[in-house]
Design a protein. Structure first.
Length: 453
C-alpha cells in the first residue's frame, strides 16, 4: 500500500511538472527567447540521453525512492533547459564524459601539471594571459620536457594579452621546439578587436581543462577562480574549437589529430560546448543564446558568480526570472580590478535586489584582498555552465570565448555546496544604500562605454 500511495503521488507530481514544463516551453514563453535564436528549431534528445536511461527508472526499491519528487523536478528542468538550448544554439550534448570542479589556483594548477605530465601524444594550450613568473616558467618547462619526448605541443596566446609580457617564455618555448602562435596581432581598431579570451589545456584528445584562469602566480593567492576538468567525448569538440583559432593564427592542423580512445568509458555527465566566435557563422553568440535560454527555462533557482556583470540582455532575463518567483542568487567581487565594473556590478545588483534576488559581495574589505574571477552559473540543481565568458557585452558578442555546460545533478550539487553553501570566502549581502546618486551618474556613463571596456 505505501508503494501504491507513493506511485500515485509521483504520478500527480509528474503531471504537475509536465504542465509547468509545457508552460515554460509554450510558444508565448519561447517568444521571449526568439530574438536570441540563431539556429533552426530541432528535436529534443530523449530523456535517456540527458540523464542516462538507468537514472530514469522510478524504482521504489532503489535509493531514489526517498526522493522521487526531487528526481522528477530535476528531469523536468533538465528537459526544459536542454530543449531551449538546443533550439537557441543548434549545439548538442555528448554523453560519455566525467567532469570535476576545480576551485582556486592550487587545485587547478595541480591538475594542469598532472595532465601535462601524463601526455603521450598531444598538448594543446590556449590562453589569454601567460605570465613569465614562477608558475608560468614551471608550466613552460613541463611543456618543453614533453616536446623533447616527441609529444606534439602547440601553444596559442592572445596578442593583446601578451603585450605586457617580455616574451621570454615564448622565446624559450620556440627555441625548444614548441609550436607557438599569437592570435590577433591587429589591435588598432579597438572597438572591433577580437581577442581570444579562452582558457584551454587539452591532452591526448580526451583530457581537457577550461574555465576562468590564465597561467600565472596571481591565481594562487590573489584570485578566487574556477576551472573544470573534463574527460570524454566533449574534449573532441574542445579540440575542434582550438583548431579554429589555431588555423586563423597561421597554424596547421596535424595529420594525426588525437582521437577518443575506442571503447573507453568516462562517465555519465551530458556535456555541451558553446562559444562566442564572431568569425564562425552560426556561432557568433551561442553562449549568450544558451545563457538567456537557460535563464528563461529555470523552474526553481538560478545561482551564478561572475566578475563583470553588465550585459543588458542577461540582466533583463534574470530580472524576469526573479519577478516570476525563481530564486536568483548572484555572487560578485567585493574587490575588483576594474573601477568601471565595480560601479556597473553594483548598479545591476541593485536592480536585481529590487526584483527579489539575493546579491552578495565576495571577500569585501579584507586586508588580504581576493578578486572573484570565476564565471559559472548553475540552475535547478541539474545544469551548470562554466568557462571563460564574463557577463559583459564584449565577452558575449566580440571576443573568442568558450564554455562547457554540464547536465548532471551530482556535479550541480558539488557546485552549490562548494560555492553557494560553504564558500570558504566571506560573503556579504550587497547594501543598496551604498549606491548613491554619484554612483548612479557614473553608471550611466560607464554603461555607454561598457562594450569597449
Amino acid at each position: 500500500m505505501p508503494n501504491l500511495i507513493q506511485s500515485q503521488t509521483v504520478s500527480r507530481m509528474a503531471q504537475q511538472w509536465e504542465q509547468k514544463w509545457d508552460q515554460v516551453n509554450s510558444p508565448a514563453h519561447l517568444k521571449l527567447q526568439r530574438p536570441f535564436m540563431q539556429q533552426a528549431p530541432s528535436q529534443l534528445a530523449p530523456p535517456s540521453q540527458i540523464f542516462g536511461a538507468d537514472r530514469l527508472q522510478l524504482n521504489f526499491d532503489s535509493p531514489l525512492r526517498k526522493a522521487p519528487i526531487e528526481m522528477l523536478q530535476q528531469q523536468a528542468s533538465a528537459s526544459s533547459l536542454n530543449r531551449a538550448i538546443d533550439l537557441a544554439t543548434g549545439t548538442r550534448n555528448t554523453l560519455n564524459n566525467r567532469v570535476q570542479l576545480l576551485v582556486d589556483g592550487k587545485e587547478a594548477f595541480e591538475k594542469i601539471r598532472a595532465d601535462i605530465d601524463s601526455a603521450r601524444q598531444s598538448i594543446y594550450l590556449e590562453m589569454f594571459l601567460y605570465h613569465g613568473d614562477q608558475t608560468g616558467w614551471d608550466i613552460a618547462q613541463r611543456l618543453v620536457a614533453k616536446r623533447k619526448q616527441g609529444v606534439d605541443v602547440k601553444v596559442l596566446l592572445d596578442g593583446l594579452g601578451q603585450m605586457s609580457e617580455k616574451g621570454e617564455v615564448v622565446k624559450f618555448l620556440r627555441d625548444n621546439g614548441v609550436d607557438v602562435k599569437i592570435y590577433n596581432r591587429q589591435l588598432f581598431d579597438w572597438e572591433n578587436v577580437n581577442i581570444t579570451h579562452r582558457k584551454l589545456v587539452l591532452v591526448d584528445g580526451y583530457k581537457g581543462i577550461t574555465g576562468g584562469m590564465n597561467i600565472g602566480d596571481e591565481y594562487l593567492n590573489e584570485y578566487h577562480d574556477l576551472m573544470a576538468a573534463i574527460e570524454g567525448e566533449t574534449v573532441q569538440e574542445l579540440q575542434q574549437e582550438f583548431f579554429v583559432n589555431w588555423t586563423k593564427s597561421g597554424g596547421q592542423i596535424p595529420a594525426n589529430v588525437p582521437k577518443l580512445p575506442p571503447g573507453m568509458q568516462f562517465g555519465q555527465s551530458a556535456t555541451r560546448v558553446t562559444v562566442t566566435s564572431p568569425n564562425e557563422a552560426g556561432k557568433e553568440k551561442d553562449t549568450k543564446n544558451a545563457f538567456i535560454s537557460a535563464i528563461h527555462s529555470a523552474l526553481h533557482h538560478i545561482y551564478l558568480v561572475n566578475p563583470y556583470f553588465s550585459d543588458p540582455d542577461v540582466i533583463q532575463a534574470l530580472l524576469a526570472a526573479a519577478k516570476r518567483g525563481i530564486e536568483v542568487k548572484v555572487l560578485l567581487p567585493g574587490v575588483s580590478d576594474n573601477p568601471v565594473h565595480t560601479v556597473l556590478n553594483k548598479q545591476n545588483g541593485e536592480k536585481l535586489m529590487a526584483a527579489g534576488a539575493k546579491v552578495y559581495l565576495v571577500d569585501p574589505g579584507k586586508d588580504n584582498k581576493v578578486f572573484t574571477h570565476g564565471k559559472l552559473m548553475t540552475i535547478d540543481g541539474v545544469w551548470t555552465t562554466i568557462g571563460s565568458t564574463n557577463l559583459d557585452t564584449r565577452a558575449l558578442e566580440n571576443n573568442q570565448e568558450l564554455n562547457i555546460s554540464i547536465t548532471d545533478p551530482q556535479f550541480a550539487k558539488t557546485v552549490e555546496d562548494r560555492l553557494f553553501r560553504y564558500n570558504p570566502h566571506a560573503l556579504m549581502p550587497l547594501n543598496s544604500s551604498d549606491f548613491g546618486n554619484w554612483e548612479r551618474a557614473k553608471a550611466k556613463v560607464f554603461s555607454f562605454f561598457d562594450r569597449v571596456f
